[in-house]
Design a protein around this ligand. Structure first.
Ligand code: FEO
Length: 402
């Protein structure tokens, strides 16, 4: 075992023993521009316990970091808080190598680990159950669908430390292990991007969970997620953001999202932008020729309006628009108003198709789709400008009523 990798002490008895992935740029369709980390934690209690493992190729890095403080074979328990492969991919190999006395997961986790990896004998833990580590105690809180059915939190009472698996995490490869060591604008961007691309569909559950944790009176000094930095002070910074993102209250910002074949749809997008600005809205114009779908999700997180445009290509919307709208629809953003616009040569089906997708996304459509044949003339661009003004006005009303 290489001794290169070292554990990082994060509290009296707890060490970070995860892996840093500087290379990853695609996390199931989400562009991870700054890489990621797969965090795992070692509790040096009487019963030495490992919380989560890492993605399969990083197994040796995990074991090396563990070896820097204790022989891996001295680990008594493993707790798997989440069975997605970035945290469980090396579990089977780690179990084979260290032969722990017991492995724990949520009831759904035991099922998933058996089905994914053929792992038998994993012990199920329910919400509210505790596990004695001798001189310390872990308790569990199932967080179903945050963001998989098996997900759960583990809480280490003696250190007031919450192991929160994916929640409160971010995809950010760094050598700093604590959030307070990293520039705030980076944390803000990466935490929001992560929420928008991973947790947004489960926002009602996030609100419920935040209320539950608040009411429980659980004392938390440290939140240790499975990705990105650890939160050890000013926990309100991340908790308040989660509440704001989950509430999705209407804002005065519009995202104008489009792709174009011969710049006609683009001309429409720019005229709509001008109308929105003239009407007092904040605007982000996103061409799918230069935007990634996960950047669109990030910009939509704090938007109140989504205005979408596409030319018609072979009787359909442009493929890039189909891609991004399929992705956004799955993320289930709430409280959006919007409209569709389209340029076309003969069929012009894209306008109605965009409108249908917006309806399916439960976007409140403020006006009929705006269609322009061939290259927009001055009158067409005026109609686009007016569409922008109309949306800006509706946005103001939505914010007022929000
Ligand atoms: Fe980081 Fe849902 O896995």
């Amino acid at each position: 075992m290489s001794g290169i990798y070292k554990a990082v002490k994060i509290s009296d008895k707890v060490y970070w023993v995860g892996a840093v992935d500087w290379v990853i740029r695609d996390f199931h369709g989400y562009t991870t521009k700054r890489g990621s980390t797969y965090n795992a934690y070692l509790i040096l209690a009487d019963k030495v316990t490992l919380i989560d493992t890492v993605k399969a190729p990083f197994k040796d890095e995990l074991l090396s970091r563990i070896s820097s403080v204790i022989e891996p074979q001295k680990i008594d328990y493993i707790v798997s808080n989440h069975s997605e492969m970035d945290h469980s991919g090396s579990l089977k190999a780690v179990i084979a190598e260290i032969n722990p006395e017991k492995v724990f997961a949520s009831a759904m986790g035991t099922k998933a680990l058996k089905e994914h990896f053929g792992l038998e004998g994993i012990l199920p833990m329910k919400s509210g159950e505790t596990l004695s580590l001798g001189n310390m105690e872990l308790s569990f809180l199932e967080t179903r669908m945050l963001h998989w059915p098996d997900s759960m939190f583990s809480y280490l009472k003696e250190e007031k430390l919450l192991f929160s698996q994916d929640a409160f995490g971010m995809h950010l490869a760094t050598d700093e292990r604590f959030a307070d060591e990293i520039k705030e604008d980076i944390l803000d961007y990466e935490a929001a991007t992560y929420y928008a691309n991973i947790l947004l569909p489960y926002s009602p559950l996030v609100l419920k969970l935040l209320d539950e944790v608040e009411k429980s009176g659980l004392e938390i000094d440290t939140i240790a997620p499975d990705h990105g930095p650890i939160w050890r002070n000013n926990l309100g910074w991340i908790l308040n953001r989660y509440r704001k993102w989950a509430e999705q209250k209407p804002t005065g910002k519009a995202v104008v999202l489009y792709d174009t074949m011969w710049h006609s749809t683009e001309m429409m997008a720019r005229a709509i932008e001008e109308g929105l600005v003239a009407g007092g809205a904040r605007v982000k114009v996103m061409s799918m020729a230069s935007s990634h779908r996960s950047d669109v999700a990030f910009e939509t997180l704090d938007a109140g309006a989504l205005v979408t445009g596409s030319p018609t290509l072979n009787n359909n919307i442009f493929p890039t628009m189909a891609d991004v709208l399929t992705y956004l629809k799955g993320l289930r953003p709430e409280n959006l108003i919007g409209a569709a616009f389209a340029s076309y040569g003969w069929g012009g089906e894209s306008a109605a198709q965009l409108n249908t997708i917006l309806s399916e996304m439960k976007v409140e459509i403020v006006t009929e789709p705006l269609k322009v044949k061939y290259v927009p003339n001055d009158a067409d661009l005026s109609r686009c400008f007016d569409l922008g003004m109309t949306i800006a006005k509706k946005l103001k009303e939505a914010v007022k009523n929000g």
